[in-house]
Design a protein around this ligand. Structure first.
Ligand code: ZN
Ligand code: ZN
Length: 402
C-alpha cells in the first residue's frame, strides 16, 4: 500500500516525538501514543513514499553546441555507433537517448552487434523470449518512444561483426529492417548485400581494430585497404569509414575517403555509460557533423549518401576540403585591421586553431583574436582541421578593405 507524502510526514512526526521524549523528563501526559486509526490519522502503512526534494540535483542543462548553417545546410550533431545491453554494452537503449540529449546531439544510432550478444539474448546471461531473441530491431524499438519524447532523431542500426579483418566490422544504418541482415549471418557478403537491398548505408568501422587473437590486425601494423575491402567498395557495400572510433584515430582514412568519395565519421562505439567513458558533456567526445537539408532522419540519410559529413573529436576535425572550407567560412568572421593584422572571431563551438605564417592562435568562441600575417602568406592554415593525411586545411585569404 502506498501512502501519500502528507501521511508519511504525519506518521514520521508522531514516531519522532516518541523517540526523543523520555517519560521521566516530559511527564506522563507528553508521552506520545502510537498512532491510532481514526478519521484524521491513517493507520500505519508498510510502504512509504519519501520526498528527496531537498537533495535532488537541478536538471542537467543540455550541452549547447552552436554551429551556424553552412551554405544553407543545417549542421546536425550525431553519433552513429553505440552499444547497449542488447549486445555487450552496459546500459539500456533509453539511456543512450538521455545521454545523447544531455550531450547536445541531434541524432544517434544504436548499433548492437548481430553476432555477439552476451547479455540480453537467447544464449546470453539474461534470456529473452524466443520472439524477442530473434528480433534485431529490439534496441531501436525500445529507444524510439523515448527519442520521440525528447525530440532526438533515431536511426535504425546494427553492427555486422565478423571475427576476422578483412572484412572486420560494418554498421548497417537506415535499413528498413535489421532481421533479414541477421538471417544471413553465415555469409558476410550476403549480409552486406542484404543491408543494401534494405536501404542501408554501410559504414566500415574502426579499420585499425587491433586484436590479432580475435581477428583484428597486429598492434602497430599499417592500416590497409585490402583487396577484400576493394571488392566491398566496388560492389557498393561501403559508403563511409570511421576516421575516429572511441579514443583512437586513423590518419590514413582521410585519404581513403577523399580518393573514393566516402563519407567520414567520428563515433564513440560506446559500451559503458557516457559517464564512465568520457565524463559528463565532454567537449572532446567524438561527434559526426551532418550537413542536412533539415532536422529529420530522412535528411540525415540523404546527407550520408551525398557524403556531407565531417568528423569531430578530441579538438580535431576531419573532412574533405570542400565541406571544411564551407564550415570555416560560416563559422569564422575575418576583419582586416591592417594589411599585416587580421581580427578573427569564431562564432561557433568548434575548436579552431589558425596561423598565417606566424605562430598558431587558438580562437575560443566569440572572442575577438588578432592574428598576424606574414606578407607573402595567401592562406589561413587551420592546423586542427584535417583535409587529408598530414594535410591541415588551407583557406584562401580574401582581404577586406582596411
Ligand atoms: Zn566493432
Ligand atoms: Zn561497435
Amino acid at each position: 500500500m502506498l501512502s501519500n507524502r502528507r501521511d508519511f510526514l504525519k506518521n514520521s512526526a508522531l514516531l519522532g516525538v516518541a523517540a526523543i521524549a523520555p517519560a521521566a523528563v516530559l511527564g506522563e501526559e507528553f508521552i506520545a501514543k502510537p498512532p491510532q486509526p481514526s478519521a484524521t490519522v491513517p493507520p500505519p502503512v508498510d510502504t512509504y513514499t519519501v520526498s528527496m526534494g531537498h537533495i535532488r540535483p537541478s536538471p542537467v542543462t543540455p550541452r549547447q553546441i552552436v554551429i551556424p548553417d553552412v551554405e544553407g545546410w543545417k549542421v546536425l550533431k550525431g553519433d552513429f555507433h553505440m552499444h547497449t545491453l542488447f549486445s555487450d554494452g552496459s546500459v539500456m537503449p533509453t539511456d543512450r537517448v538521455v545521454e545523447a540529449v544531455s550531450n547536445g546531439l541531434d541524432v544517434i544510432s544504436i548499433t548492437d552487434h548481430i553476432e555477439y550478444r552476451p547479455f540480453f539474448s537467447k544464449g546470453g546471461r539474461w534470456k529473452l523470449t524466443d520472439e524477442q531473441a530473434k528480433d534485431f530491431n529490439l534496441w531501436y524499438n525500445i529507444a524510439r518512444p523515448e527519442a520521440e519524447k525528447r525530440n532526438l532523431l533515431l536511426v535504425r542500426g546494427t553492427e555486422i561483426t565478423k571475427s576476422t579483418m578483412p572484412p572486420g566490422h560494418f554498421n548497417a544504418l537506415f535499413a528498413d529492417d535489421n532481421n533479414p541482415i541477421a538471417a544471413a549471418v553465415d555469409d558476410w557478403r550476403e549480409m552486406l548485400q542484404t543491408s543494401v537491398d534494405h536501404g542501408a548505408f554501410l559504414l566500415w568501422n574502426h579499420p585499425g581494430w587491433e586484436a590479432p587473437k580475435s581477428g583484428g590486425i597486429e598492434k602497430g601494423a599499417p592500416l590497409r585497404f585490402t583487396d577484400t575491402h576493394d571488392e566491398i567498395y566496388k560492389k557498393g557495400w561501403m559508403h563511409g569509414i570511421e576516421v575516429f572510433n572511441g579514443r583512437q584515430y586513423y590518419p590514413v582514412v582521410s585519404d581513403w575517403c577523399n580518393e573514393r568519395d566516402l563519407a567520414i565519421f567520428a563515433n564513440s562505439d560506446i559500451h559503458p555509460s557516457e559517464y564512465d567513458q568520457y565524463g559528463i558533456q565532454n567537449p572532446l567526445r567524438p561527434i559526426t557533423l551532418v550537413l542536412a537539408k533539415e532536422r529529420s532522419v530522412e535528411s540525415v540519410r540523404e546527407a550520408f549518401f551525398a557524403k556531407r559529413t565531417i568528423a569531430w573529436a578530441a579538438n580535431i576535425l576531419w573532412g574533405n576540403q570542400k565541406w571544411l572550407t564551407a564550415l570555416f567560412k560560416a563559422s569564422v568572421n575575418i576583419k582586416t585591421i591592417t594589411p599585416g593584422t587580421l581580427e578573427l572571431t569564431n562564432t561557433s563551438s568548434l575548436p579552431v586553431v589558425v596561423s598565417m605564417g606566424g605562430s598558431a592562435v587558438d580562437l575560443p568562441k566569440d572572442k575577438r583574436c588578432q592574428v598576424f600575417r606574414s606578407n607573402s602568406v595567401k592562406n589561413i592554415t587551420v592546423s586542427n582541421w584535417i583535409a587529408g593525411m598530414n594535410k591541415p586545411l588551407e583557406v584562401p585569404l580574401i582581404l577586406s578593405a582596411v
